[in-house]
Design a protein around this ligand. Structure first.
Ligand SMILES: Cc1cc2nc3c(=O)[nH]c(=O)nc-3n(C[C@H](O)[C@H](O)[C@H](O)COP(=O)(O)O)c2cc1C
Length: 441
């Protein structure tokens, strides 16, 4: 019997984790066209502070800032700019008190010493509330910004990621908690016996260490990972506290969660050391019809004129511009470029084949909900859906992608979170301690 079926039934204290995925004025592709959003404010501190404090009022575990290192041609119709997550987290640390702050940083286009130092600094400034979303970056346009002619192939990206994460975590461990003596009488500030260089020499990096800052409040800073391919799952199972994923089918998601928990155990960790959080886009109305109308409105904003470029972006660069927009989406699983992001395009294709979606309909579906599962209905219906997935082990929580920001997130925190709190599923307040202590509790 798998982990979920055992401990879901027996663990009365199991709590739904919530992560607020935040980008621009919302995760729905062209939501800047909605009168509910104001994209002119998308890079202001006020906008981000309002998002973070809304998530904090809704007792979300974390705000999660995604990143792609590039905008691509779809910026013509999609307003998602990409401010630097590290800088953003620094600002958010100053305007929040309790919520966790996770940011994406690429292992393919960064350097481990810098990343370890940035997150350690943020961990100090936030009082132990930051997390690193480890991605390998699957976009050629990002490689073009870093002097790389070609995006490294999938397997190589994950091999580098493995070494990268090991270095970063060792750097975070390089200072013992009691290394700073600060003895005014003797003049001894640091006991060098308690600060350990890592002396790493490997395939991709040579890093001596230690970090030039003391051990941070979390020590081992919270890690999330979102790859659902074999190597992606292995990286997550070995290191991550949170696994972000895309799932449309409850049984498939349960299977994925069980495999993640089992793999964590294979790495010598507790099965519940990793929480699996599928992405969902809640679209809420006071009636189901109102919610459906809102979903239709969001799909209507999507600019299908850019269909070819849009599909190419979401299918790892595969040229699909010859397809008939109103014809059935074909099975192109075997045509995906070797170094593309693997798991997500496969899921799209399988969904299109299963539901008989046309090319245009699939594109709209991907764009409207950023490729994640839309959950459309009244607050009660949305709460029922999430409680159902959580209750049978298909999810340990959710990455909530508000269609529009900050309003869509506020709809969720004001109308759905209280229902989940009434059922004892979502925390009513933050426990004391660091993000790691809270996520682990
Ligand atoms: C909820 C969620 C959030 C993600 N955020 C990012 C992100 O910020 N940056 C990024 O490059 N990829 C992001 N991804 C994509 C994955 O990290 C990963 O690149 C992709 O799934 C391909 O990896 P795979 O081939 O191992 O599946 C996200 C995925 C999910 C499910």
């Amino acid at each position: 019997m798998g982990w979920s079926s055992v401990s879901v039934a027996s663990d009365m204290t199991r709590r739904m984790r919530l992560a607020a995925y935040v980008q621009g004025v919302g995760a729905s592709q062209a939501v800047w066209r909605s009168p509910r959003t104001d994209a002119s404010k998308a890079l202001t501190l006020g906008h981000w502070a309002e998002i973070a404090s809304t998530a904090e009022a809704g007792r979300f575990d974390v705000v999660f800032v995604a990143d792609a290192l590039t905008i691509g041609e779809q910026i013509a119709t999609d307003s998602t700019e990409r401010p630097d997550p590290i800088a953003l987290l620094g600002a958010l640390a100053a305007v929040t008190d309790s919520i966790g702050l996770i940011g994406t940083v690429s292992t393919t286009f960064s350097d481990p010493f810098t990343v370890a130092r940035q997150f350690a600094t943020l961990d100090h400034l936030s009082g132990g509330r930051v997390g690193w979303n480890i991605v390998t970056t699957a976009i050629q346009a990002a490689a073009n910004n870093f002097g790389s002619a070609n995006l490294p192939v999938h397997a190589d990206r994950y091999e580098r990621a493995e070494e990268f994460v090991e270095i970063v975590t060792r750097l975070w461990d390089a200072w013992d908690a009691d290394a700073i003596v600060a003895d005014r009488a003797t003049g001894r500030y640091v006991d060098l016996e308690r600060v350990h260089p890592i002396n790493h020499v490997g395939e991709h990096f040579s890093v001596e260490g230690p970090l030039p800052v003391r051990r941070s409040p979390q020590g081992r800073i919270t890690l999330s990972q979102a790859g659902s391919s074999g190597p992606g799952m292995a990286l997550g199972a070995k290191w991550a506290d949170l696994a972000f994923t895309t799932q449309f089918d409850q049984a498939d998601s349960r299977d994925f969660a069980q495999r993640m928990h089992a793999q964590a155990a294979e790495f010598g960790r507790a099965e519940d050391a990793i929480s699996v959080l599928p992405g969902i886009m809640p679209i809420i109305g006071s009636t189901e019809a109102e919610a459906r109308a809102h979903a239709d409105e969001l799909a209507g904003f999507v600019d299908v004129g850019a269909l070819g470029a849009f599909l190419s972006h979401h299918f790892g660069g595969l040229d699909l511009s010859d397809l008939d927009p109103d014809g059935p989406f074909p099975d192109v699983r075997d045509d995906l470029p070797a170094n593309a992001s693997v798991s997500r395009p496969r899921l799209y294709i399988e969904t299109a084949l299963r539901e008989g979606l046309s090319v245009r309909r699939l594109a709209q579906r991907i764009a409207m909900s950023l490729g994640h599962r839309p959950v459309i209905g009244t607050p009660e219906q949305v709460a029922d859906d999430l409680a159902g997935w959580f209750g049978n082990g298909a999810a340990d929580g959710f990455v909530v992608l508000a269609a529009d920001l900050p309003e869509g997130l506020r709809d969720f925190t004001e109308h759905v979170v209280p229902l989940l709190q009434d059922r004892g599923l979502v925390q009513r307040d933050y426990a004391p301690g660091t993000l790691r202590e809270r996520i682990g509790a």
